[in-house]
Design a protein around this ligand. Sequence first.
Ligand code: NCD
Ligand code: ZN
Length: 347
Amino acid sequence: MLKLPGLIDPHVHIREPGATHKEDWDTATQAALAGGFTTILAMPNTIPPTFDRKTLDLGLASAKEKARCDYAQFLGAGPNNADWDAYPDLPPRAAGLKMYLDSTFGELRLDDMTLWMQHFATFPKHLPIVLHAESRTMAAGILLAEIYDRPVHIAHLSLKEEILVVKAAKEKGIKVTCEVTPHHLFLTGGEGKVRVRPRLTAQKDVDALWDNLEVIDCFATDHAPHTLKEKDSTKSPPGFPGLETALPLLLTALHQSRLTIDDIIEKMYVNPKRIFNLPDQPERWIEVDENASYEIRAADQFTKCGWTPFEGWQVKGRVRRVVLRGKDVYKDGEILAEKGYGLDIRE
Ligand code: NCD
Ligand code: ZN
């Protein structure tokens, strides 16, 4: 049995409020625990989006009632909230600020670069700004980090050119960190049900991520549940569930000597804890049976969305037990934490 710290996922879409037929705070945090995560950071592209006091209060109220693991909620960067000096009490209550510079699911894309500048200038420097920014937009976001001398975290980096730019920026001492999803490490491009943002890439991109593992700060799932019916429709929304498949996929890669156990601990615990300035959780660990082989099946998952892009994959490494604040919160396929056991780590 392998003992690891409780994992931290800095990129999860909960769907509450607004789309709880896809997922809610209860099912998302059950999926998190089953996947070995004891803390998740929730993205702001809810309906309504989490932009201000009212919407932050709304999301956090559902979380308080239902979450079974610890959490924090991101604020979204919008057109009308770019002056953070006007609400100094809000940023410290959030996981950080999420800025959408490129198109994805939801209506949060910011096109006006002067708004990007205002957000960078006024959001407190000790809290992270996370960018959905691809390719050249990503390079522009890194320039803003340099201009405003503040840290920036690149969400779900996927392309060879992106990892090479981040590597070069780090070598120059620019305060940039990045995360990569398991689906961008294990899958290559296609259309239909596989739609996701950023798109799945070519083999050369996947190879570049594996060749530059030391540049990747975090593995983040970008758990983005949409129902099977929605995914199969002609207007298939982009996004994959990922909370329950991330660790087994990475442990399988560990068996194949594609990475080390220290890579997993660093990128799924140590670095997200540091980058997002997260507190210690007392008596918190997970136990993994490294040699247990099993087949990934949507039918066995806690997420409400009812499918996984890894259906039928054979993996090696199963989460057996999750302990949080001294209590067994997951054991052998069963969720043991009550609704509301999870804490807001910014409270
Ligand atoms: C995400 C979603 O569905 O909310 N979709 C996705 O393809 N990744 C949006 C996002 O991560 O920005
Ligand atoms: Zn996302």
